[in-house]
Structure formats: C-alpha cells, structure tokens
Design a protein around this ligand. Structure first.
Ligand SMILES: [Zn+2]
Length: 208
C-alpha cells in the first residue's frame, strides 16, 4: 500500500516521479518521500522552518528528520509571489509544473499546512490535507466525530487559523459545484473518490 508500490502498479518506476506536492511534514505524510529519489518536493517555507525548529515535545514526535533524505530537493514557497484562487489568498503556482496544479496555504493543523488544487478539464480537485478530518465537516450542517474533533484540537498549531480555513473550505464546497474537496484521512471519502476499497491496492492502468 505504499505510494512507491502503487506507482509501480501504475506502470512507472519511483525514479520516474519528478515532483511531489506536500501538504505538510507530519510523519504520516512525509514518510514515503525517500522512496522517490528524483522527485522535487514542493512545500511551504513556513512548514520547513517550524518542522526543523523541533520546538516542543509534540513537534519532535510529529516532525521526523530521519524521513527527510530528500531535503536537498525541497523547493519552498513563501508569501512573496502568491495569487488568489476561488477566494483563497496565498496561492502559489509551482516551479516547473503546469498552472493546473496549485498550492494554497491552509494553516492551522501546522503553521505551513497547504492544500493542493488540481484542475481536470473544467473541474477542480482540492486535497485539503489535514485541514479537516471528517468529510461531513464540509456539509451545510457540519458534523465531526468527537474523537476526531479531539484529535484535531490536540494536533493543531493555530486554532483560529484552523477553524477559519476549515470554514472557508466549507463555503467553497457549498458555493462551487465544480470543486471537489477531500481530506487525507476520511476512509469513506477515499473509497468514493478512488473507486476501490481502502485495503485494495490501485489497479494497473488500462493501456491505450
Ligand atoms: Zn495526517
């Protein structure tokens, strides 16, 4: 189920992967970076700064330098050259990548947490990472399990920013029918979007 295995199942080698756009540096998101030896890793500069600082006990648990063998290939983005997109500011195009792929600053869970937007035809897919944990947080009547609500509070670096950006994501989801927003940890949403069960590896892409 690792990303490297799934890339192979699609008919590519891990060395073929040229770019990875990272939402944040938590260990469960950065753990596979070293499996892609040729990839440039795009992330927010603030994320790198806070992760490297290793300031608190929790920071040392969540940000693990042992996973950062790719560090010399990190390409970071600050607020210097950003644009607005769908009502979000601090959105960056990514060096060497087409304009259909954007990174949006969605701080709160971590200081440099980002969303990744990808346009397919006229539709946008927006990976919100850990900006929310339960798909129902995007509903008109938002809901979240008590366990996930507690976990989000324990892991947040900035509550005001987290709640503000979660609410902005919800307003975007309700306003724009052409944008599909999904988070990193909702298994039901994963199965619906991926078209396969959680424990099932991705299928080889049909040729032709
Ligand atoms: Zn996560």
């Amino acid at each position: 189920m690792t990303a490297a295995h799934q890339v192979r199942a699609l008919g590519y080698a891990p060395e073929d992967v040229t770019d990875i756009v990272l939402t944040h540096l938590d260990f469960d998101h950065a753990g596979g970076l070293d499996d892609f030896p040729a990839a440039t890793v795009h992330l927010r500069a603030v994320e790198q700064q806070f992760a490297e600082r290793q300031h608190t006990w929790l920071d040392r648990q969540r940000f693990r330098p042992a996973q950062w063998g790719s560090r010399l290939r990190w390409r970071t983005y600050d607020d210097a050259r950003t644009e607005t997109w769908m009502g979000f500011d601090s959105v960056s195009g990514l060096h060497g990548l087409p304009p259909e792929i954007l990174m949006s600053h969605l701080p709160g869970h971590t200081h440099g947490h980002a969303g990744v937007a990808i346009r397919r035809d006229q539709e946008w897919l927006l990976l919100a990472g850990d900006a929310h944990f339960d798909r129902r947080e995007m509903d008109p009547e938002p809901r979240c399990t008590p366990g996930l609500r507690l976990y989000q509070c324990l892991m947040e670096k900035d509550r005001r920013a987290r709640l503000e950006h979660r609410d902005r994501l919800r307003h975007l989801a309700l306003r724009e029918s052409g944008v599909t927003i999904f988070c990193s940890h909702d298994p039901v949403q994963f199965e619906a979007l991926a078209g396969r069960a959680l424990g099932e590896p991705c299928r080889p892409r049909a040729s032709g």
